[in-house]
Each structure stands twice: as C-alpha cells, then as structure tokens.
Design a binder for this molecule. Sequence first.
Ligand SMILES: [Cu+2]
Length: 153
Amino acid sequence: MKAIRILALVAGFNLVVAAAFAQTGGPAVENAWARATPGKSAIGAAYLTIRSMTADRLVAASTPVAKKAELHTMSMSGMVMKMRPIAGIDIPAGKPVTLAPGGTHIMLMGLAKPLEAGQSFPLTLTFEKAGTQTVNVAVEKVGATGPAPAVQH
Ligand SMILES: [Cu+2]
C-alpha cells in the first residue's frame, strides 16, 4: 500500500516539473483566431490568449496576409465603438491575458484578400523579453457576435 502511494507522489511530482519546463520557452499563446471578413473588407482582427510565467509585454505583431498588424483597444464612445492603437499589452506573470471581440485585439490592416472561414494564417508576435513567436491563427466564420457595423477607426 505504502509503495503505491509513493509512486503516485513521484508521478505527480514529474507532472509538475514537466509543466514548469513547458513554460520556460516564453509566453504560451493559445486559441488564436480571427473572424472571416465580409466582402472586400481589407480590415480584420485577430484574437488570442497569452499566458506567461514571467511578466512580459506584447509590443508588436505582423503577418504576411496583411500590410500592417496593430495592437488596438476598443471602447464605447457614446453609441459608437472606437478603436485606438496602443504601444503594447502587458502580460502579468501567471495571469492569462485574452484578446477578444469588443476589447483588445490585433488589427489586421490592408488584407491582401478576405479571410475565409476554415483557413488559417501565421501571425508573428513580438514580446519585449521573450522575442518573437509565430502562431497559427484559425479563421472562424462571421458570427452573430461579430463587430458592429458602426465600428469606426
Ligand atoms: Cu482595431
């Protein structure tokens, strides 16, 4: 009985160590996605979740599918959603940061062609400390919770 308990403890310890090592390669980026863009729109947005064991800051993004990728925040100004570029997004240690519709996002400007559901594209993120990391962004279909038509830049 005692031997089994020790084995279980050792196995648990190994799992913890493995998880810690998996995090040493810089921030982990999860659930990177973008909405399909309607018609000939040359503007899209990408969303994702970043978690890091050490404090870092996302300072830039780029992708071959758009001329420019900017970090944006979004807020209501009267009845209109307004976006503005920001210099960086702080990633606190151990606290995941999620970029999502209606909030902070990565704006894709000058899309070479519309983003189509089912496709994916690479997005390179630049972190102040961890350097660059390229993730794959999955394009989801235009949803009912998509950006309002009144969005202004
Ligand atoms: Cu924007």
